[in-house]
Write a protein that binds this ligand. Structure first.
Ligand code: CMP
Length: 137
C-alpha cells in the first residue's frame, strides 16, 4: 500500500472535471484517503512548488495555480505513485499518452489539469503539506 498526492488544478476544477478525474483514479483501483477543495495563495503555491523557485516557469506556475480553487487528494493503493503518474500522462500534454488525463484535458504545460507526486519522499512531504494525519482516512 502506497500513498501519493494528487491536485486537480484550476483548469480542471473550473471546467467541472473533478468527478471525471476522481472516477479515473477509482476505476484504476486507487482510493481517496483524503480530499479537500482549497484556494492556494502566492505563499502556499510558492512553498508547495519551492523546488522550482529558480526555474524560469516558476512565476507563471504560481500565478496559474492561484487563478482559482484546486482539489487536493491523498490517493492510496498498490503502486499508487506510478499508477497516478500513468493515469496523468506526461507533464507536457503534447507528449502525454493517448487516453491519459493530460492528453484528454490539458491545454498547456501550465494548465495541465493535474499534479502528482513523483516519488515516495515527495509523496510523503506533499501529503503532509496539505493534510494532518487525522484527516487521512
Ligand atoms: P506539475 O506536475 O504540477 O509540477 C510542476 C509544474 O510546473 C508542472 O506540473 C507544469 O505544470 C509546470 N511547468 C511549466 N513549465 C514547465 C517545464 N518546462 N518543465 C516542467 N514543468 C513545467
Amino acid at each position: 500500500m502506497e500513498r501519493t498526492l494528487s491536485i486537480i488544478k484550476p483548469d480542471g476544477v473550473s471546467r467541472n472535471l473533478i468527478g471525471d478525474i476522481v472516477s479515473r483514479f477509482e476505476k484504476a483501483g486507487l482510493r481517496v484517503a483524503a480530499m479537500k477543495k482549497i484556494q492556494l495563495t502566492e505563499k502556499t503555491a510558492g512553498d508547495f512548488y519551492g523546488v522550482h523557485r529558480e526555474r524560469p516557469f516558476f512565476k507563471d506556475l504560481v500565478s496559474f495555480m492561484i487563478s482559482g480553487p484546486v482539489v487536493v487528494m491523498a490517493l492510496e493503493g498498490d503502486n499508487a505513485i506510478a499508477k497516478n503518474r500513468e493515469l496523468m500522462g506526461a507533464t507536457n500534454p503534447k507528449e502525454a499518452a493517448p487516453g491519459s488525463i493530460r492528453a484528454d484535458f490539458a491545454e498547456s504545460i501550465d494548465a495541465n489539469t493535474v499534479h502528482g507526486s513523483d516519488g515516495p519522499d515527495t509523496a510523503a512531504e506533499e501529503i503532509a503539506f496539505f493534510f494532518r494525519p487525522d484527516e487521512i482516512l
